[in-house]
Design a protein around this ligand. Sequence first.
Ligand SMILES: *[C@@H]1O[C@H](CO)[C@@H](O)[C@H](O)[C@H]1NC(C)=O
Ligand SMILES: *[C@@H]1O[C@H](CO)[C@@H](O)[C@H](O)[C@H]1NC(C)=O
Ligand SMILES: *[C@@H]1O[C@H](CO)[C@@H](O)[C@H](O)[C@H]1NC(C)=O
Length: 241
Amino acid sequence: MIRAIFLYALAIGIFANLADCCNSLDASVNHKQHLTAPFESRSKAGVISITVQPNDDAEHAFGLDLIYPGVPLTEFFGFPVVHGTITYPIPSSPSSGYGSLFGWIQFIKQDFDGEAGNWTLDAYPFAQDLQTPFAYFGYNPSTLDAPAAYPYVNGTTLVWTAQAYLVVLADAGVTKNVTVIPGGAFTWGFDINVDENSPLDRQIVVRRVEKLDVESEWGERLPLLRETYTEWTFQDTGVVV
Ligand SMILES: *[C@@H]1O[C@H](CO)[C@@H](O)[C@H](O)[C@H]1NC(C)=O
Ligand SMILES: *[C@@H]1O[C@H](CO)[C@@H](O)[C@H](O)[C@H]1NC(C)=O
Ligand SMILES: *[C@@H]1O[C@H](CO)[C@@H](O)[C@H](O)[C@H]1NC(C)=O
């Protein structure tokens, strides 16, 4: 399983040698990106505000120091840090209560040396035997991800892609019945490019964050969800909560 090598993508990954990572990233989005994704749930409006920025945090590398104590923080520099926050409902109403419970489901795909990988479900290590599909679940939950890749195989290119879907439980968590929210999904990722002439030189390229076509993409991801979480029900697109 990919996780055996790439421990867990929600927080982990490659320690690249980034000494000269950031000088020639013409194709990259080497600044803070913003994306807003309006959505509707329970007939009320909401919006997801997403930021994506290269990790350059000299204090904690956005918390990766907790997961890799002792590793120089510069090893994480250049990888993307993603943060999505939810404003719901609009206009705000405290009486929304349990109606403001949502989940985030995230998928990861890693293509090594041009060979397409398979989509996998992304979960924190502690949760991997809990039979829950959620990366996050809660009251207007934020989503945070700061991937890095480890161990890195020298000379190997990587295209790392994530899809994050905002989902809702129609009965606010009484039963395991998941409905995806149209408009509430986005994709992001990074590439590791290698210079053929000096395979130890790596370049991390943060890609542009984009909204996902939930209608087509969720349908493609459903078989994996259904076979992984057999006690759960995952609604097709078109069901509205
Ligand atoms: C993707 O999954 C298929 C079917 O299980 C498997 O044959 C293939 O080797 C997998 N590809 C990778 C890159 O792991
Ligand atoms: C990659 O190359 C560096 C420098 O030669 C070496 O220290 C490191 O162990 C190599 N990593 C792998 C996974 O082979
Ligand atoms: C799950 O929720 C959807 C959306 O409200 C509803 O249409 C469906 O009947 C529910 N399914 C189950 C098994 O409760």
